[in-house]
Ligand binder design. Structure first.
Ligand code: ARG
Length: 603
């Protein structure tokens, strides 16, 4: 109801200023405004909105709150525009004003939304004209070469994709960036090790499976930690790689390709669009980072390493934390690359991305890292005016025992296996249900439904949790047809679309909608919240709000459906109620789409 509340805000502001012209003029002189504190009603009994400002204004206006409220109400009731939006302004308690929207107003919103593909959600620049249309970098997924993509990367992928979808829908230009770990000392050891154990992997594509590569990487790391000659060789190899030696680069790029293919399989399964721009991309900008930080007088040399010391706020400023920007051997760190990346993203095109907002989606364990990076960027003056930079942290994925998710034999779970299992279980569930319902369906139908349901279940289970908390991974829970799950929502949508379809032709004549039942009004008010929810999710970067909303919407719909006749109602009511079915279906579909969950026609 953003448009309605905007309109209402203007009328309420006017009424307050008319009621107290002197105070309003005074406020204006000092560059401010009297604040009516218009907010959403805290309970349905209070109507749709409340004006809470009278209590605070009381001191300033030297008038009792109830008297202030009375005066505002008088002005409101004199205003035609206000009366088309609200039907009553009622004083309550010590001086609150409760406002209830006109039924015609709500009905007309419903009419507009059924016809609107955006269902009332404005584009970003529609409301906030002061923030110009802008570019946002969403840095998510970002697994590491020669290592398996793990559940932490899965969370980042799912959350990042949903945030990117919501930002895109709001009218931002989003750069979806995969900041993969494809650079650094680990390649020196890996290449050196492969030279003896699997030289073909360094010259031929597809010579290894990713599992083998991961295994070789572990061996190389062990050797590196115990064998001095190997260590020296590895370091020399890194130098060759960083200097662009063609054989080293060739070997490196083959290894990257190998991992990339594996990652891509996961992205295909999850339907993720992402642009790879790994750490290696910033290699050529690292030296510049050092120069700029030096020029800004931020670097301190400590035992040969170039460092930045930061105050640790949490420790009341007593402790300092240190970030090493360049090691004593000249090498760079994860942090250095992130500084170069940040710099590049905020820089104007063509030297950079020209972004005005950067969002990093990683586990909460990297919170300190990003806090440090952001602090350095601030000191170095790299964040443009109005630029926003946010770390979007998330908790751990735990097994049913509350410990870190592992296979039965204690190994890390491969993402492919995890997703395959979700799909397989969805298939078992589906076949059982088909049997119970006595339905025969094609192989193709079964494959399609179980893949969609299985993947949706994994995504939704992740998104519906407040991302900051740890979450317990449970196939049984995420695949249940009851509760706040993807199968429940997918099913609700199929059923609602079915009802809407059975109601006949696509173009209902919605000119004369009429609603009388409380269940109808409850559903209408819930439907009209959609735009606010999307704007809120975009602001707070919490997709679970959208999940909760969609779940509540389908529950409110159920109540309406069970208690009010639809297809059997008389013509006028039938059309009105079918319209609500249609809008509910549309809202669920768009909402799920913004979570990265496709809908099904039948299931
Ligand atoms: N590759 C890192 C990891 O696996 C995540 C990178 C996140 N993005 C960034 N700009 N640091 O933990």
């Amino acid at each position: 109801m953003l448009t309605l509340s905007k309109g209402l805000e203007i009328q309420v502001q006017n009424a307050l200023e008319k009621a107290f012209p002197e105070a309003a003029a005074q406020a204006l002189d000092s560059g401010s405004k009297l604040n009516p504190q218009l907010v959403r009603a805290s309970k349905p009994e209070f109507g749709d909105f409340q004006i809470n400002g009278a209590l605070q204004l009381s001191k300033q206006l030297k008038t009792a709150p109830r008297e202030i409220a009375e005066k505002i109400i008088q002005e409101l009731n004199r205003n035609e525009r206000f009366l088309t939006i609200c039907n009553s302004a009622v004083i309550a308690g010590p001086g609150f004003i409760n406002l209830t929207l006109q039924p015609e107003c709500l009905t007309s919103e419903i009419k507009t939304r059924v016809k609107d593909p955006r269902i009332g959600v404005p584009k970003r620049n529609f409301i906030d004209t002061h923030t110009k249309y802008s570019r946002v970098v969403v840095d998510f997924s970002s697994p590491n070469i020669a290592k398996e993509m793990h559940v932490g990367h899965l969370r980042s992928t799912i959350i990042g994709d949903s945030l990117a979808r919501i930002l895109e829908f709001r009218g931002y230009e989003v750069l979806r960036i995969n900041h993969i770990g494809d650079w650094g000392t680990q390649f020196g050891m890996l290449i050196t090790h492969l030279k003896t154990v699997a030289p073909e992997a360094l010259t031929k594509a597809n010579a290894l499976e990713l599992e083998n590569l991961v295994e070789f990487y572990k061996q190389a790391k062990q050797k590196f930690d115990s064998d001095e000659i190997f260590q020296k060789q590895s370091r020399e190899e890194v130098v060759r790689l960083q200097a662009g030696d063609s054989l080293s680069i060739k070997a490196w790029s083959l290894l990257c390709d190998q991992s990339r293919r594996e990652f891509q399989q996961i992205y295909n399964l999850l339907d993720i669009q992402i642009h790879e721009r790994g750490e290696s991309f910033y290699n050529k900008y690292l030296a510049n980072v050092i120069t700029e930080l030096t020029d800004a007088n931020l670097l301190i040399v400590d035992q040969g390493a170039k460092c930045i010391f930061l105050d640790e706020k949490k420790n009341k400023g007593s402790k300092k934390s240190v970030i090493i920007i360049q090691k004593s051997d000249g090498g760079f760190n994860y942090a250095t690359t992130d500084l170069a990346a940040l710099r590049y993203r905020f820089n104007q095109v063509p030297e950079g991305d020209g972004a005005s907002r950067i969002i990093y989606v990683t586990d909460a364990g990297q919170a300190n890292h990003f806090e440090g990076i952001f602090e350095i960027a601030k000191r170095a003056n790299w964040i443009p005016k109005g630029g926003r930079i946010e770390h979007v942290p998330f908790g751990l994925v735990q097994g049913p025992d509350g410990k870190k998710l592992k296979t039965r034999s204690g190994e890390t779970i491969r993402l492919r296996d995890l997703l395959d299992e979700a799909v397989n279980r969805a298939e078992v569930d589906l076949k059982l249900r088909l049997q119970k319902e006595g339905r025969e369906e094609s192989e193709e139908f079964i494959k399609n439904v179980s893949t969609t349901v299985g993947i949706a279940a994994v995504k939704y289970a992740d998104l519906s949790q407040n991302r900051i908390t740890n979450y317990q991974f449970s196939f049984d829970r995420m695949l249940a047809l009851q509760g706040n799950t993807a199968p429940y929502l997918l099913y609700a949508l199929v059923r609602i679309s079915g009802i809407a379809r059975r109601g006949g032709s696509d173009d209902l004549n919605i000119e004369n909608l009429e609603f009388n039942e409380p269940q109808e009004w409850e559903l209408i008010r819930e439907l009209l919240k959609f735009d606010e929810i999307i704007v809120e999710v975009e602001e707070e970067l919490l997709p679970n709000r959208l999940c909760t909303y969609l779940f509540e919407l389908s529950q409110i719909f159920n109540r309406f459906y069970e208690q009010v006749p639809i297809l059997k109602a008389d013509m006028q009511n039938r059309i009105s109620r079918l319209t609500l079915c249609r809008l509910t279906a549309k809202t669920l579909q768009l909402g799920m789409n913004l979570l990265g969950i496709p809908s099904l026609e039948r299931m």
